[in-house]
Ligand binder design. Structure first.
Ligand code: ATP
Length: 130
């Protein structure tokens, strides 16, 4: 996994920064793209466990693997190029793209299925408050 090159930060969450990264392959004209979620190793145990548990869920971004050095745990994920559902709605309101109410409903349903897949593994998503 160490042939991936982090190019720029796409966001940050409670574990740390998320980078847009490409694999530099001199024998290919295509560039593979991933999101690399980086966490401090000392705070990454839950991230390490949940990422492997969710591998293969069709409703959660795909998990390609991980590596770490002494300080940083790197999680390699499918890059969601269109952003979040919130981004799509904001862009639609500003006329940058067009998204219908039916499409919003479809994406919201997929999100709920993803949360259900997480909960079926025995984990609760930390953004959900009771
Ligand atoms: N797979 C991805 N593809 C594209 N952008 C992503 C991806 N994962 C995260 N991001 C971007 O990085 C930001 C931070 O993501 P991150 O998962 O670290 O935080 P979070 O969603 O608040 O979750 P956490 O609860 O782990 O902090 C997101 O809001 C999004 O903009």
């Amino acid at each position: 996994m160490n042939q991936w090159k982090k190019l720029y930060v796409v966001g940050a969450g409670c574990f740390g920064k998320v980078y847009y990264a490409v694999m530099i392959d001199p024998f290919s004209s295509c560039a593979d793209v991933v999101a690399v979620k980086c966490a401090d190793v000392s705070r990454s145990s839950s991230l390490q466990q949940v990422s492997t548990t969710l591998k293969g869920s069709p409703h959660v971004v795909q998990f390609f693997g991980s590596d770490n050095n002494i300080q940083t745990y790197n999680l390699y994920l499918e890059y969601a190029s269109a952003g979040s559902l919130h981004d799509l709605i904001v862009h639609s309101k500003r006329g940058i793209l067009s998204i219908t109410e039916k499409q919003v409903g479809y994406f919201a349903y997929q999100l709920l299925k993803g949360i259900q897949d997480i909960h079926n593994t025995g984990w609760v998503h930390c953004d959900i408050m009771f």
